[in-house]
Ligand binder design. Structure first.
Ligand code: EPU
Length: 434
């Protein structure tokens, strides 16, 4: 189990390049396997989740190769197995996207139900109902979703419950090769959906309306391989902005799309940060003094992203005044107990957290139990007095590529302790403590 030691209290200053979005890369990797022939995806972040997706696709017969400079080549010519392995699928919910691929290409799919996770119960009932609407026979047997079509899927109008991102993605993957037209009403509007649509259209699909709540997909007979560059990771970008804000520092992000960050940027400004777009792909944040308290309610895009709720709470735990955070998407407050151990004053009532800002946090050993909660603890550690030790870094590695290396280049003092990967002697970090 890897741990991160953080010596808090250092202002973060400098420039950082943002990686490709993991939540766009995952569905696009699956989409690439819809075609025979080699697609090349650029800016695929080599996080644990994308590596797991590569392994699942390989198990299904798909050829996947990671190329230099973060590119990934995927060829669906040899896709032939319709059963996805439980040992890998259970590690990542987004693996369920292979169900849409398998139904579209092979007309049958056996994919383990992902089960619950640290964010609470996370069913895939909307996905399965959508496949049924497209004409598949769907049952649950021995922990697997077993789905079959007699021939091609049939395009239909489908209402997407709760504007679910995963459901929208899975139904897009299934519908692009269906017979006729599928209209997704109340579709997710996340940039990751638009990026998937852009890639699918490059492959020859007919997808219109991505980015709005109505997506129209006219099925085609086959798709061809294509080349695509994954959009920047808006959650990673938000995390670095917050890292600068919580340490009262100044950072410039390169390779971002500020348009994808409108809600969190407005909230950062409300908290007292100065945010400037310096060109179409560059953002500067300067923070002086403690943040102001905020009210935040998470919502599907373009609302405030649930993925930044936890990192924002770390910032607000140091605010002047009391903040109110309402979480409407997941059960996502488990990390709060750990923040309290660092001196934060947070009361959780149902889906709401009341965060009474304190003047300082103090370093403590804490444990990450999920990806963004882990990021929140690291941010708190950057600002806290003394040393914080974040356990459970494998959760953080699912979605951030070398987070601590990037933070250290901005002036943070962190050091990874990993029994499996001893850190090199040339680590730039001064040893924190014995
Ligand atoms: N839901 C159901 N049944 C379903 C599907 C969803 O009840 O069949 C519920 C969920 O439990 C949740 C709501 O509907 O309460 C919306 O969930 P959604 O399907 O939109 O979320 P997701 O696709 O499972 C993706 C991201 C999450 C991100 C959410 C919300 C990926 C791989 N995951 O999850 O990212 O928080 O959308 O934006 O894209 C992360 O990166 O840390 C992460 C958790």
């Amino acid at each position: 189990m890897a741990r991160l030691l953080i010596e808090g209290g250092h202002r973060l200053c400098g420039e950082v390049e943002i990686s490709g979005a993991k939540n766009a890369a995952l569905p696009i990797m699956v989409a690439a396997a819809l075609a025979e022939g080699e697609s090349v995806l650029e800016r695929v972040p080599p996080t644990t989740d994308t590596l797991i997706m590569a392994r699942i696709l390989r198990e299904l017969g798909v050829t996947v190769a990671f190329l230099p400079e973060g590119a990934c080549a995927i060829d669906g010519t040899r896709l032939r197995h319709h059963r996805a392995p439980y040992s890998l699928v259970r590690r990542m919910r987004a693996s369920f996207y292979v169900a849409g691929l398998l139904l579209a290409r092979l007309g049958r799919a056996q994919v383990p139900l992902p089960g619950g996770c640290a964010l609470g119960s996370r069913p895939v009932d909307f996905h399965m109902r959508g496949f049924e609407r497209l004409g598949a026979r769907v049952t649950v047997e021995h922990g697997y979703m077993v789905a079959r079509t007699g021939g091609r899927l049939q395009g239909r109008p489908i209402y997407v419950e709760r504007a679910s991102l995963g459901t929208t993605v899975n139904l897009m993957l299934a519908a692009v090769l269906a017979e006729g037209t599928t209209v997704l009403e109340n579709a997710a509007r996340e940039p990751e959906v638009s990026d998937l649509a852009t890639f699918l259209n490059r492959m020859g699909a007919q997808v219109e309306g991505a980015g709005t709540d109505q997506i129209r997909i006219t099925g085609v007979d086959r798709l061809r391989p294509a080349r695509h560059r994954i959009i920047p990771d808006r959650v990673e970008a938000g995390t670095f902005l917050l890292a600068a804000a919580i340490t009262q520092g100044e950072v410039v992000l390169h390779g971002v799309n500020p348009d994808h960050l409108r809600a969190p940027l407005r909230k950062l400004e409300e908290a007292g940060a100065q945010v400037t777009a310096e060109g179409p792909h560059q953002l500067r944040l300067v923070m002086e003094g403690r943040p102001q308290a905020l009210e935040i309610e998470t919502a599907p895009y373009p609302g405030f992203p649930t993925d930044l709720q936890q990192p924002f709470v770390s910032l607000l735990s140091l605010a002047r005044g009391t903040s109110v955070i309402r979480e409407t998407i997941f059960d996502r407050f488990r990390y709060v107990d750990e923040l309290r151990r660092m001196g934060a004053r947070i009361r959780v009532e149902g889906q709401q957290a009341l965060v009474e800002g304190v003047e300082r946090l103090t370093g403590a050993p804490v444990e990450a139990t999920d990806l963004r909660g882990g990021a929140a603890l690291i941010l708190a550690g950057l600002a806290a007095q003394g040393v914080t030790e974040v356990q459970g870094m494998e959760h953080v590695d699912r979605g951030y590529h070398r987070l601590e290396a990037k933070l250290n280049r901005l002036g943070a003092r962190t050091r990874r302790l990993d029994p499996d990967r001893p850190s090199p002697n040339h680590s730039p970090v001064v040893l924190l403590e014995s």
